[in-house]
Write a protein that binds this ligand. Sequence first.
Ligand SMILES: [Zn+2]
Length: 413
Amino acid sequence: MNSIETFKETLENFRPLMIELERVLSSIPAIAPESGGDGESKKCAALEKWLCEAGFEKSQIEHYDAPDKRVSSGVRPNVILTIPGKSDDYAIWVMAHMDVVPPGDLKLWKSDPFMVQYDEKTDRLIGRGVEDNQQGLVSGVMAALTLLKNKITPEHTVKLLFMADEEFGSEYGIKYLLRKHPELFSNHDLILIPDGGDEKGETIEVAEKNILWLRIHTIGQQSHGSMPNKGKNAHLAACDLALRLNDLENFFNEKDDLFSPNYSTFQPTKKEANVETVNIIPGDDVFYMDCRILPRYSLDMVRAEINKRVAEIESKYGVKIEISEPQAQQSPATPVDAPVVKKLAAAIKKAHGFEARPIGIGGGTVGAELRCCGFNAAIWSTMDEVCHQPNEYCYVRNIIADAETLCALFTEE
Ligand SMILES: [Zn+2]
């Protein structure tokens, strides 16, 4: 039997373990204090207990907890399980977060979100967190356990990171680690984040569009609807500005087929209410833009062009415009030929026989945080992406498939 067949057989036998670990993890809601929860400590303790009972040593587990007075344990846990390799020239990281979002409207759930159900007919596990991000967490654990049970030492050191606080911006999770413990990571490491993907597992996310949210407050002068000459119509000026900002799609117009859509988008979205009746010229207007910009354009380039267009509107309508940025995130792309991408693609090919391809996305992940600090990172897994929805599910066969890929990666020279 070659090694891939051994891995497949072991993992198939681990099915009950996968279901059990998912049940344990979902049974302890690790909800952020921002959502009224008590953080990840209890869930983390249950995970550590499970890992030790499964055969890992306590000495393989290290804590890098972030202090947080808002939760009863006083910390947001970040834990690394290390599996020493034949060589420690670089580490292969599998980073998964322990926190989950609240279940939302319970009436929309067909079962208790914190009591995982397994539906044999569809091979689905159903419960809050089973996909986001326990699927990735369990895949990493099962891959490591497969090597342990078969007494195989990985070629390079493997590090499974269980993180806190992904759903609320990672201040107490990956951002804390990058800020306080940068010595944990090296530029040569392969960093995998199994927290996004496609239903076949054939895309490797290497880049994210820069995100810029704008709140645009236009201050004019209110007047009667019949007397626009006596006022300054803030809504009209804002409409003109919305069109000119949307026109940035024609200005920053390069295309990149890594992304879908393959161009930068500048879209007016939310609109705050202004006047109460039809016959008032509004003197005050607030609207928002959601801009998703190809990484080749820096946010400062974009800001400069926005300011030019804002100044045109101010002088044309005699209004004053104030802009704030509820969100601004830019991150470089991981090169499509970076080692993490090539080695992951090779492992996918070895385990499953198909070619995976790099892509970019419009959303934001912790990959952006790592890339900003100079680390290449790939986001990948096999999933339907039903995170944050009621009746969140994951397929056990996807946990197995991704664990097979990880086994192939861990044992590749
Ligand atoms: Zn997630």
